[in-house]
Design a protein around this ligand. Sequence first.
Ligand SMILES: [Zn+2]
Length: 279
Amino acid sequence: MLASRISRISAGVACLVASLAGATLSSASADGETGSGTPTYQEFEASTYVDVDGAYVVNGDEVVSTKADLRKFFSSMVGPFGNHDRDTHDADLVVNRVSGRDDKWSASQALNLTYCVSTRFGTRHANVVSAMNAGAALWESASTKVNFVYVPAQNGSCTTRNTSVLFSVEPVNTSQYIARAFFPSTAKSQRNVLIDDSIWSSGSWEPGDILAHELGHALGFRHEHTRPEAGTCFEDNNWRALTPYDSASIMHYPQCNGSSSDLEFQASDAAGLRALYGS
Ligand SMILES: [Zn+2]
């Protein structure tokens, strides 16, 4: 699904694409440039996957909430200089930027990142709870300033409408991605982690690591492979480097010239977290 040039442009938001084993990105990975035929906005919108609750999914596993925001996203990718508008960043985990500011939680919120896990996971519920716990623990072990808090009391009404938690973890049935997440700037109405059943059969990618990648987005981190050093899978320039480039970062898709095939959490990921939130 990421094979076409247009969908490559849309491949920049916050989920893990379901192409790990098949490496369907390879045909799209020759470069990160738009080339001669930049799509029109209409073509781009038509080619962008619309998720269960109406959100547009871009960059593989990230959400854009409204049509107006999708248009802004498109403009930030292709105009006025298109994807050729690439800065040379010689430094380094990268944080999402919105209107020129880091997209991160306040210090007090970062210590209380509450979530529920929907009972709609059924027989997989305990597995999801455990994988979320494992993913959260990787980030938490890197800094005392970040703390995810599981709130089982909200599991029975675990949707984006539940205001007792910061975000919800819910099942989805899609072939578009394994899981997708959100950024701190995402509206509450789209602030969920959606998990497809394929997470349980993702080869060398362990569920806990996949969810750690998603929680990385939830903390504000972009895909590491949007950096020019990756040489492929470029998304956009709306980010700021926090550490030196690491092709093995948990935020780097292995199929985008990554150097790690198993999506493990790296020392550079821990360093990036501390650079953004403190140690
Ligand atoms: Zn992602």
